[in-house]
Structure formats: structure tokens, C-alpha cells
Design a protein around this ligand. Sequence first.
Ligand SMILES: NC(=O)NCCC[C@H](N)C(=O)O
Length: 253
Amino acid sequence: MPSAIVRRPGPRLAEGLVTHIERTPVDAALAVRQWQQYVDALEAHGWTTIEVPAIDECPDGVFVEDTMVVYGDLAVIARSGANERRPEAAEAERTVAAQGYRVTHITEPGTLDGGDILKIGSTVYVGQGGRTNDEGIRQLREALAPLGAEVRAVPVRKVLHLKSAVTALPDGTVIGYEPLVDDPQAFESFRPMPEEAGSHVVLLGEGRLLMAASAPESAKLFEQLGYQPVVVDISEFEKLEGCVTCLSVRLRR
Ligand SMILES: NC(=O)NCCC[C@H](N)C(=O)O
């Protein structure tokens, strides 16, 4: 059975970082309900969820995906490009290690956020230009090479992370909202989506795509393509540049 690491939002969520969008007020109580619905959606589709203890002093702790990259039996613990977010990694590391993963670390001067990593088979795309630096990419390549992964750097300048711009469908097609994708040609096959949030899907298995309620046109398009959208409202996390991918680390082993 697949499982997913998640982390409950803390009391300072509303103070989370915003970089590319205007700050708007976050309803913390609504955010907790939305987070629970996100967890419920994972569980309803066969995913066991494993909680990292909440980290009250870090407003962005809920975006647990950024703390690591999991590939095969290895968890590469990230060193965030945002100083304020670095304390999030320690407990996340303990949680993934307790699941039986080997652990290695991105070390200074390398920086890397898990949100910058998009895995498609043995190809690992890494966003370059935001939170992840060249040294972080070099270290990731070195860590994953023995596992047969090919790490490819792609530019990210218009959004926070690579996976804010693009994710991939089960058949490997990369999807993105073109105005926010720096180089669509960096990917073997690219499909433009009609909405920004339509570029973000979590593959739940059996053609089901977890996605945000803020992309209804994209949901229709996915249905036409033969997929089954599983829709969650994550408005309060979107106000902090979060999306469906960043709220969990999927463990498929
Ligand atoms: N992987 C992601 O898309 N993470 C979203 C992180 C949002 C958070 N407010 C941040 O700026 O780090």
C-alpha cells in the first residue's frame, strides 16, 4: 500500500513566505479543515498517511514536500533555499528514516527545495533559478546517479518552484500553464493547461489525479483525456504559493 508523509499546519501558517504573489489574509481555521480534507482524499484513495509532528515555529512547515526528495530507497534531505525553512527538515528526516529509507543530505553551500524536483520514470527534472542552486543540483545528481537516475536542470524564474510551473500526467506528459513555464521545450512532451492550478496534479493511481478546486476547466480537460479528477479546495495554501503537490511526500515503494 502506498503511503504519504504529511504535516499538520501550525499556528503561524498565515505568516508563511510569499515571493511571486501579493500577500492576502489566510484563514487559519479554514486551512486546518482544508488540510484534513486533503489527507482524507489521500486516504480515501488507498494512501496511508504518516504525520511528521507539526513545527509550530515554522509557518511553512505544512509544505512538507520541500524537505526531501525520495527516489528508490533513498531520501535526500533538502537544505532549503529559504533560511527560515531549514529547521523543518530534521523531524521530516526522522519520519522518513523510520519508514526504512536510507538518508543522505544536501549540504552547504548547496540549497534545494523538494518542490523543485519532478520525477518522470528515471528522469529527474530539477528547477534551477529559485530555491535550488547549482551546487544543490550537483549534489542531487551525485546522490541519485548510483540509483540510475538522470538529473536534468531546467530553468524556473516565473514561479516559486519547478512544480509550481509543471507536473506530469501518468503517461509522462508534462503539463503546465504556458505563461509561467520558462522553457516548455525542456520536456519531451508538453501539454499546455488553461489554468495555473491545472498544472498541479498528484498521481493517486489508476488514472486518478488529485488536483485543486481552483482549476475547473483543467478538471474537465482531464476527464476528456480519460482521467478521474479528485478535487480538493486548498485556497488557503494557494495564498502562500502552495499547491496539491507540496502538502505531501509520496512514498511509492
Ligand atoms: N513545493 C511547494 O510548492 N511548496 C510551497 C511552499 C510555499 C511557501 N510559502 C514557501 O514560500 O516556501
